[in-house]
Design a protein around this ligand. Structure first.
Ligand code: NI
Length: 262
């Protein structure tokens, strides 16, 4: 069930049977020579949308403007400050909790959202506890690549070529979600990206996981075509469909476990 395609009366009825809502988190940033700017948003939105169709859970519009300062050296990237995103998520959590939602599940498609969303959850719990008579809500953040069946597939198919950014798994999901735009991007960009990029070493993975990157100038200098250790061209639309199907199965279980938590 999509929030944007529901009436307020329908949401009130929904709240009589469920107190759970799903908030997809994406980004608007470069994804290498063949990846769409909206890749992260498309991944989170498509998995959340299919989850909503499968279970009937309510899904909000995707939050697409997030933290990506390191990619601002590439045209098309729109980044907001971490403090802006934190304030936005915090305001959204209060609005949803005030209306009676008790389980807020953030389905994430972008590494740099992780730290900010979790910081927002902590401030939310602190502020709710201090507000007289305010209803508490539990929040969870889950990145789609953490889902166990998805993780198995991406390891099996891509191994070290998965890398950290413009990953074949996210490109594959975007191909399944938006085949026409993905095909156009691939045919126009493929000549720049046929080679596998240099593999990332263990120290880089340790220091820069979760998009823990330095400034835009350094980032573009280190990764001039925008891929961070990811061989994007390994992606296929069929793999994207399989990754989506696996993600939805895992998401259904994960949301059910979250609802059962006390
Ligand atoms: Ni991405």
């Amino acid at each position: 069930m999509q929030l944007a395609l529901s009436t307020s009366a329908q949401v009130a009825q929904y709240l009589e049977r469920s107190r759970t809502i799903v908030l997809p988190l994406g980004s608007t940033e470069q994804h290498g020579p063949v990846g769409l700017i909206g890749t992260d948003s498309l991944c989170a939105q498509t998995i959340a949308g299919r989850l909503g169709e499968r279970t009937g859970v309510l899904v909000t519009p995707t939050l697409a403007h997030t933290v990506a300062q390191f990619n601002l050296g590439f045209p098309g990237t729109i980044a907001v400050r971490a403090s802006t995103l934190l304030a936005l998520i915090l305001d959204m959590l209060h609005a949803l909790a005030d209306q009676g939602f008790e389980r807020i599940y953030c389905l994430n498609g972008h590494g740099a959202n992780i730290g900010v969303a979790r910081a927002a959850f902590q401030d939310f719990y602190l502020e709710r506890a201090r507000m007289q008579g305010a209803r508490m809500a539990r929040c969870r953040l889950r990145s789609w690549w953490e889902y166990p069946q998805v993780d198995l597939l991406r390891r099996e198919w891509y191994g070290a070529h998965e890398g950290l950014h413009a990953t074949p798994s996210e490109i594959a999901i975007a191909m399944a979600a938006e085949p026409a735009a993905s095909e156009r991007a691939r045919s126009e960009g493929a000549q720049h990206a046929l080679e596998a990029p240099p593999a990332l070493n263990a120290a880089f993975l340790r220091d820069h996981g979760g998009d823990n990157h330095f400034d835009q100038r350094t980032h573009r200098g280190a990764f001039p075509d925008g891929r961070v250790g990811s061989h994007s061209l390994l992606a296929t639309r069929e793999q994207g469909e399989a990754l989506l199907a696996a993600a939805v199965v895992d998401a259904v279980q994960d949301v059910a476990a979250f609802e059962a938590e006390h």
